[in-house]
Design a protein around this ligand. Structure first.
Ligand code: PEP
Ligand code: MG
Length: 575
């Protein structure tokens, strides 16, 4: 029977395929003594063998689809399986204590994990703890006869159904087979959703129930435009959604024609539409969509995709590639924004009650200055290959900005003293994503070269609503007058000091926000590359001289997010 599950539309597009459940199976077992010790040892050996050959297959597939480096983790797993200290200890436990293979494996792996995790000053050993956990899960699944999901083995078109996807899960999805994903939890600005947009695959998040409703291999349709997920679609549904997919493709082809055009409004004003990227690999999408620059390079993905802290040279290469690839167009690089929902396996952060309010972003950079200085040096060295702008994330106080800027100046001086060439034209700005900074923008404007408004966080902090929590996703209200007032305040404050303001939060590519932002005089709009042409086409229809009134209404008369959505929709319908 056909059924529709609704969620938050997180990335545009429509696709039909089979469901692939990326859900961890139940690996619990009953503790019991065994009489047939040899039988348990044999069961263990067979589970170890199957696990090993499974890991070889996964490894080969991973090399094919993700590359040698990403596949290395599976070598580490195979090494643990081949390590007699580990497997021998499990076997010995079965023999000594007459316990089941499951129980012996569980107890021995917990001992190893506790030992490795206790070596807090040794990131290498801490990572091994994660490997042991993964390997013992795999062996346990074979002992219990249940199947673990193996996304690296996917070799047909599927739509992933998961409770949640971490940014690194999302980074590993192979676009050739993964046609979309749907999750139980998450909001529109969670990082998995943002990455789905850069991968250009449809996504729905925050359905609450999808993992409970869908069965493996079930035929499904994902409509990422409206947030509908259809289980067991009828023939009529398939026809309807195929038509919608074709219309969407035709619309995209129409936007394509604007690829090499400037962004100009109906009254002839020129604006910059830039793109957000996470890695140099995203450059193709940026160029294919005709962006006029990069408004946000989220460098934390460089750190997350690496097995250890990336050194100065490897960072330099990445920044140089992006600057050269953009061929003189401006590139705004944001310094590392780790914390919140973005973790580094090799740099465990303290467990926190509220990680989004905790030790993250510039707070870490100012504390662990060696990491920060390495990044700034790499950026400074790369600056001669294009038009570089640097910004700091999560600035709350003027002191933080001044401290970060001072370190930048110091490293610049050091490099020049060493005889290294650096550009003398690097703008240094900051993200506005904390209300304290938005309110005090007039003072910040005196010390920065530019602002970039990060609405994803600015909204979460202003509304006190976790951006990844589907239960409070209704509070993601970019058109709420309170948010609009903050945004307007920031833009005006920057202009008074002769500085410019961009926006790199998801709201910059939102068709309801665009007319309001144009009316407020936002200088640069930075968004997922896939939104660039849609927004360019929208801007062509808008006359900025007529938008000032619209902004006035939205900020001074409207009371709610919905009022403003209607205000802009009605306005657009009339022009
Ligand atoms: C933001 O907060 O709006 C932003 C662009 O940064 P991120 O989404 O990476 O937190
Ligand atoms: Mg942010």
């Amino acid at each position: 029977m056909t059924k529709t599950i609704s969620g938050i539309a997180a990335s545009d597009g429509i696709a039909a395929a089979k469901a692939y459940l990326l859900v961890q199976p139940d690996l619990s077992f009953e503790k019991k003594m065994v009489s047939d010790v040899d039988g348990e040892v044999a069961k263990l050996k067979s589970a170890l063998e199957v696990s090993d050959s499974e890991l070889s297959t996964i490894r080969d597939k991973a090399v094919e689809s993700l590359g040698e480096e990403e596949a290395q983790v599976f070598d580490a797993h195979k090494m643990i399986l081949a390590d007699p200290e580990f497997t021998g200890a499990v076997e010995q436990k079965i023999k000594d204590d007459s316990v089941s293979a499951e129980q012996a494996l569980d107890e021995v792996s917990k001992q190893f994990i506790t030992l490795f995790e206790s070596m807090v000053d040794n990131p290498y050993m801490q990572e091994r703890a994660a490997d042991v956990r993964d390997v013992s899960k795999r062996v346990m699944s074979h002992l219990l006869g249940v199947t673990l999901p193996n996304p690296a083995l996917i070799d047909e078109e599927v739509i992933i159904v998961a409770e949640d996807l971490t940014p690194s899960d999302t980074a590993q999805l192979n676009k050739k087979y993964v046609k979309g994903f749907v999750t139980d939890i998450g909001g529109r600005t969670a990082h998995s959703a943002i990455m789905a947009r850069s991968l250009e695959i449809p996504a729905i998040v925050g359905t609450n129930v999808v993992t409970k409703e869908v069965i493996e291999g079930q035929s499904v349709i994902i409509d990422g435009n409206d947030g509908d997920f259809i289980l067991d679609p009828s023939d009529a549904d398939l026809v309807k959604y195929n038509k919608m997919a074709a219309d969407f493709a035709a619309q995209k082809a129409e936007w394509e024609k604007l690829k090499n055009e400037e962004t100009r409004t109906a009254d002839g004003k020129q604006f910059d539409i830039a793109a957000n990227i996470g890695t140099p690999k995203d450059l193709d999408g940026v160029l294919a969509n005709g962006a006029e620059g990069i408004g946000l390079y989220r460098t934390e993905f460089l750190y997350m995709d690496s097995a250890e802290l990336p050194d100065e040279d490897s960072q330099f290469e990445a920044y140089k590639t992006v600057l050269e690839g953009m061929n003189g167009k401006p590139v705004v690089v944001r310094t590392m924004d780790i914390g919140g929902d973005k973790h580094l396996p090799y740099m465990p952060l303290p467990d926190e009650m509220n990680p989004f309010l905790g030790y993250r972003a510039i707070r870490i950079s100012l504390d662990k200055q060696d990491i920060f200085r390495t990044q700034l040096r790499a950026l400074l060295r790369a600056s001669v290959y294009g038009s570089l702008r640097i910004m700091f994330p999560m600035i709350a106080t003027i002191q933080e900005f001044n401290d970060a800027k001072a370190i930048f100046e110091e490293e610049k001086k050091n490099l020049i003293a060493e005889g290294t060439k650096v550009s003398d034209n690097i703008q240094v700005g900051m993200m506005i994503e904390i209300p304290a900074a938005a309110i005090l923008a007039d003072q910040f404007a005196k010390v920065v070269d530019f602002f970039s408004i990060g609405t994803n966080d600015l909204i979460q902090y202003t509304m006190a609503a976790d951006r990844g929590n589907e239960h409070v996703s209704y509070l993601y209200q970019p058109y709420n007058p309170s948010i609009l007032r903050l945004v307007k305040n920031v833009i005006e404050a920057s202009h008074k000091e002769g500085k410019w303001t961009g926006m790199c939060g998801e709201a910059a590519g939102d068709p309801i926000m665009v007319p309001l932002l144009l009316g407020m005089g936002l200088d640069e709009f930075s968004m997922s590359a896939t939104s660039v042409l849609k927004v360019r086409s929208l801007m062509k229809k808008l006359d900025t001289t007529k938008l000032v009134d619209l902004v006035d209404q939205a900020v001074n008369v409207s009371l709610t997010n919905d009022d403003n959505e209607k205000l802009v929709t009605d306005y657009m319908n009339k022009i």
